[in-house]
Design a protein around this ligand. Sequence first.
Ligand code: IMP
Ligand code: ZN
Length: 344
Amino acid sequence: MNIPSNRDFCKSLPKIELHAHLNGSLSEKTLTELGSSPDDVAEYQRLQRTPPEGRNLSDCFKIFGFAHKATATPEAVYLATKNVIREFYDDNVIYLELRTTPREEVGIMTAESYVEAVVKAIQDNTYDILVKLILSINRQHSPELSKNNLDVILKLKEKYPNIIRGIDLSGDPHKGNFEDLKILFETARKNGLRTTLHCGEVKNDEEVSQILEFRPDRIGHAPFLHPNYGGCSKNWNLLRMLKIPTEICLTSNIISGTTKSYELHHIKEWIKHDLPFSLNTDDKGVFHTDLSQEFERALKYLHIKNEQILEISSNSVNHSFATQEEKNKLQEKLKEWVYTNCNF
Ligand code: IMP
Ligand code: ZN
């Protein structure tokens, strides 16, 4: 029998992406198509390729500026979303939860027309990939702006309940705090949105504790949660008790410098203690990656076996914000692929 290389296995595997920011996922090709100047694209490439030692989390946040400049009209947002969906589809992603922050460009685009453009691109998708939308609250925004964005999110969730499935807390972890925004997430939950919160991207035990106590459906990253990685036992024990699924983004953590190396990644503790997690890209444009490569790195550096990769994919379906019927279909697709491609 021909044993496929890790690359072929990971590329061909039908994949589930649960943590992808729209404007962090733009390829250089899309930036160019959207009219970014050659200088901007060159700078974007330079930042993408700067080794982790040469930059920090704040430098990574500067890169989003290039994408935001290119997606400043509803037409550009629509095209960007279409391209991102197609690129995930080309990587054999069968289920994509895209997330994005509603954004106003004065005189050109309202937060509502921004989200409408993203939804339209999702509705117009003809590729065999199921796409759902999570809308983000940026921790850097003022509470007033976030409250306005929540109003837009709730209004459009009513209009597109099968597309807009969740709400996310993201943005520069050095800025703002969850406690001030908690009320918005409680309101969102009451209105039927699922919740996922970026958590512990910098050392902040108090906030991590508040986030876990909120009991979101999922958390993102969590590099500073385990006591061996700068977190505290109280929070780690709480996570072990609650078993909240964690969205892991290996390359993002390495490049933004929150994790020292793939080999020493905090996910090892999740594996050791059998805690639920998914593997994701975060910002495939900014971090110059794709989901196949993330799986390949998990096989290579974390000594995960192919069987475990299948288990992670199947668990990711369960952690997703799709409906039960959609989850069943996705599980069927995974099983079919295993039946035709694997003999273990
Ligand atoms: P957008 O929401 O589609 O505009 O995607 C880019 C935005 O996602 C950034 O401006 C950040 O607010 C957020 N983001 C992307 N990656 C990260 C991350 O690793 N941590 C926290 N926020 C992030
Ligand atoms: Zn993220």
